[in-house]
Design a binder for this molecule. Structure first.
Ligand SMILES: [Zn+2]
Ligand SMILES: [Zn+2]
Ligand SMILES: [Zn+2]
Length: 324
């Protein structure tokens, strides 16, 4: 993995965290947070939509659908507030009323103006309101304009974004954010990350403390290198690099050697059988793959192991660690 340039360290960490927080098949819905924008909440993590799109590109999620958020078409702002107006005089001085209409005199007002100890009584004509639908109506919640006193069910409205752009409903633009399903099996990177994590787990069950995706500074180059695992054995440390899908080339050999020289930490290079075969073909090596490839490196710097499955990888890695 240290030899693949597609993933940055922060992406590796994100993949690692996702792997810990999400179960395959879990759904993530976009949410709008005022002042921040569209985010996805994963456990206690809040990830912005922009960051999530890089994770989608890595193939960690399937897009299941979308949620549309209304935005300002001028500045793209998501934070819209609603303004209400009287349809008669355009005043914004409105009150909500639970309306009662006395059919006989047509007086309409909030129910509180009709309440008396004797029940509902019209405050204008003083007559009791007995039967709903016969004496009086209850059309429900309405608005009353305090400027012109007109009563209406639907006020006019506009929306204002936080940058002050005033918009009608038909002027709003929509921002569509994907609803995601965590499906890491489709991603080569995620598969590689979970392989490293399960290897770390297996090592720790054998008493080794190991860090996934450790960052080490080169003693010679002073550049940072990321190794798949850094295993601690007492005072000693050992870097583990898994190589299974890079294109085989002499470059791999020289880069491994450079890495080991630069880190001044012994490196265990674990090569998949397929990769080791490719290297051997390339370099015209014959005989025992592990020995032949291993002999390309100074033994104290790079130990080569070739594995065909995870079980063999762990067994050979434990062997190599024993010898350190
Ligand atoms: Zn705006
Ligand atoms: Zn009005
Ligand atoms: Zn009345």
């Amino acid at each position: 993995m240290a030899f693949e340039d597609e993933l940055t360290l922060s992406e590796l960490r994100q993949v690692e965290i996702l792997n810990r927080l999400l179960k395959p098949g879990e759904e993530l819905r976009p949410e709008r947070i005022r002042g921040i924008g569209v985010v996805y909440k994963i456990g206690e993590l809040t990830i912005r939509e922009e960051r999530v799109s890089t994770l989608i590109k890595l193939g960690l999620f399937r897009i299941k659908g979308h949620v549309s958020f209304a935005i300002c078409p001028v500045c793209g702002d998501l934070d819209l507030s609603l303004n209400l107006f009287c349809p008669n005089c355009n005043s914004q001085d409105l009150e909500k009323v639970d309306l009662v209409i006395h059919y006989e005199c047509h007086y309409a007002d909030d129910v509180s103006r009709f309440r008396t100890p004797k029940g509902l009584v019209c405050p204008v004509c003083d007559k009791p309101l007995k039967v709903v639908g016969v004496d009086y109506g209850r059309p429900g919640i309405s608005y009353r304009c305090s400027t012109c006193m007109s009563v209406f069910q639907f006020p006019l409205f506009s929306l204002t974004c936080s940058n002050g752009h005033v918009l009608r409903l038909d002027e709003l633009a929509l921002h569509r954010s994907p609803v995601l399903v965590y499906e890491p099996s489709g991603s080569r990177q995620a598969t590689a990350v979970s392989r490293v994590l399960s290897l770390i787990e297996a090592l720790s069950s054998h008493g080794y403390r190991a860090e996934p995706f450790a960052v080490l500074r080169g003693q010679l180059s002073h550049l940072e290198h990321v190794v798949d695992a850094l295993v601690h054995k007492g005072e000693k440390r050992c870097a583990v690099v898994l190589i299974d899908n890079s294109v085989a080339s002499p470059d791999t050999v020289s880069r491994l050697l450079t890495l080991a020289l630069d880190l001044q930490v012994p490196v265990v290079a674990a090569l998949s059988t397929g990769f080791a075969n490719n290297i051997a073909k390339f370099l015209r090596l014959e005989g025992n793959l592990e020995e032949r490839i291993g002999s390309l490196f100074p033994r104290e710097l790079v130990k080569v192991i070739v594995y065909s499955d995870e079980k063999e990888l762990l067994a050979k890695l434990l062997n190599a660690l024993d010898a350190i």
